[in-house]
Design a protein around this ligand. Sequence first.
Ligand SMILES: *Cc1c(COP(=O)(O)O)cnc(C)c1O
Length: 460
Amino acid sequence: MQKTIIEPFRIKMVEPISMTTTSQRRKFLEDAHYNPFLLHSDQVIIDLLTDSGTSAMSANQWGGIMRGDESYAGAKSWERFNSVISHITGFKHILPTHQGRAAERILYTHLGGKGKIFISNTHFDTTRANIEYTGAKAFDCPHPESDNHDSDYPFKGDIDMETVKELVDEWGSENVSAIILTVTNNSGGGQPVSMHNARELSAFCREKGIYMVLDCCRIAENSYFIKHKEPGFEKKTYKQIASEMFSLADAAVMSAKKDALVNMGGFLAVNDETLARECTNVLIISEGYATYGGLSGRDMEAIAIGFEEVFREDYLHYRIKSTTYVGEKLNEMGVPVLMPIGGHAVYVDAKKFYPVIPVDQYPGQRLACDLYIAGGIRSCEIGSVMFGKYDKKGKLIPARQELVRLAIPRRVYTQSHMDYVIETFEMLMEHRNKQFGFKITYEPPFLRHFTAHFSPCGNC
Ligand SMILES: *Cc1c(COP(=O)(O)O)cnc(C)c1O
């Protein structure tokens, strides 16, 4: 059998990329105040800013878009959406939302409040924001192996049960609103969660009467890792693995912008009748009527089709292997990347990449800017620009790590695009003794990474 893994699709429609030169990009970046978020998309050659909402839809999904039934109530597209999602998840009540954070807001506003806590392997930023907004606290319990970049432990996304038990003892199970298992663990490097860990958590939650929620944005990618790395799952299909994981939880929140292969959408799924009714009331006030929520009929069609396609063997194999391809090539070249490679992104350790640049000059921002100038590649700093805070004297309290994330959109780029990314890293590898980074010249009070302005601390 051939060793080459090919993209399991032919290209039917193309979107031209505007090619640019290094000197044009220097100017674009200066105009964008050295913040890649402020670039125009046509100034970017390869956009690895996020895998969220950036998937290419299939011909089948586009066909579904034409078939969308836009009836206000009881649309056929709703019935298709409801039937696919309840079949895969096993949940009785499915609430359509405009994206993942709307499902989070509805559920966590209901469960949360002052004096309550939530526990998770790692809360995603919108998850934490929705929880803290209710006055509740959010505690992360990542697996101890998740901090060790060189360990090849296959399920670094696991929740640490020891810390979970300590927190529950300390706060009392009646004050724990929910324990949220995020699969794969996005903020923890896209690392997978094992079924063993999910089963252990589920048994614990049932014993203590605590709600277990699955944040299932990337559950198909997670199922791939379980099938290939966890003993006992070799013969199961990806869908069976996902269904088993859903069966362990009491509710699920989903951003369809990830593993449902669409550009917008999400859902909340629950079993409990009373909870479903209360959440539906909030859905109707804030998102839309119960049979469309935040979505149009055509969106529901595309999600129903995408959530089936994502579990196909050839798709998942290509998806995970193509992310691994980039990560392993970079690793072989000596680029410091987080190992093993997760499902949707490759994370580069910028502090190791540019060892001379001090943390308060944001080595991740420097690497993101250099990738753009050298190759027109847009990536995302996940370090002290995103998570840094200041002490009372205005000194930077750095983030735990200085990372740059290369998120891979689904079905969008081919292997030659990725080879171009790898080659750009080869060029940057020759200049790793860079001395300076950036200073921030403007920042808003919240989520500063989106809109901050920077200037170089030397001559770029
Ligand atoms: C993207 C994401 C969300 C939020 O979903 P949106 O569709 O962006 O609102 C929540 N949790 C995780 C793990 C995510 O990756």
